[in-house]
Design a protein around this ligand. Sequence first.
Ligand SMILES: C[S@@+](CC[C@H](N)C(=O)[O-])C[C@H]1O[C@@H](n2cnc3c(N)ncnc32)[C@H](O)[C@@H]1O
Length: 276
Amino acid sequence: MDDIGRYIEENRAHWDELAEHHPDTDSYDVEAFLEGDSTLRDLEVEELDASGERMLHLQCHFGLDTLSWVRDHDVAHATGVDFSPTAIDTARELRDQVGLSESEVRFLESDIYELDARLGEPFDIVFTSYGTIYWLPDLTEWARQIDAHLVPGGTFYMADGHPMVGVFHHESTADDLRVTYPYFNTEPITVDQDGSYAGWDFGLEHTRSHGFAHPIGEIITAIVDVGLELVFLHEHPWSFFQQFDAMERDENDRWYLPGLTHDLPFTFSMMARKPA
Ligand SMILES: C[S@@+](CC[C@H](N)C(=O)[O-])C[C@H]1O[C@@H](n2cnc3c(N)ncnc32)[C@H](O)[C@@H]1O
């Protein structure tokens, strides 16, 4: 197995264990979802009109957003893909619990780099959000998979953490922003930790994971190089999670770093279209 294969296998083992624990965390709040709350943020709902469309959701984790698109936002069909078998099992159980059918929502266990062999028909929309491309070593192949699964005229949409603020240590404050991680994609960022953004001390066996820094230029270039046309790139002054210990959350679940003299781009959203 080459290095990339090893990184993906270690990440899969790590994520598969996280998928066992995440449904029990406050951060995911499965109970509120089962009671009818959509897990999508205002940002993607306002920027992406997905009503009546067929959607492919990449790196869907255990399916809350995939199910929310169909149950709460009129998406006609969604296929959620993730390489964690535990995440996919839980996603299917939740689909049954909320009473959606397999023709409305399908979940597929697959490495996104192996999707070609797994999915036939193209989609109106390819969607991915919040904590996805950091786990991918190769954005050229990622973009090729997106293009391959879109119908002509179809839409790609993503929202995620802005790579610019990904360089700072989580103990950074407005007065002390500590550059700790690379901005440019050089070596994988290997971390050994028993937890995630959603909680700590799960008792994980597979604590090691590998992330990959992707500068904003690399992300856009990967998308336009496969022939998709950029519709917008928006940058937002809030984070979707508590990226720094000093952050404070507002009533819309957006996290801000208090005391900054000027805003920083914590999140970006991007839309691109496949030519008709
Ligand atoms: C942060 S989570 C997804 C974020 C999602 N917005 C959520 O919070 O539910 C990242 C997901 O990417 C998946 N993943 C990582 N690398 C992958 C790959 N190569 N192929 C498919 N899924 C992958 C993990 O299993 C995990 O479920």
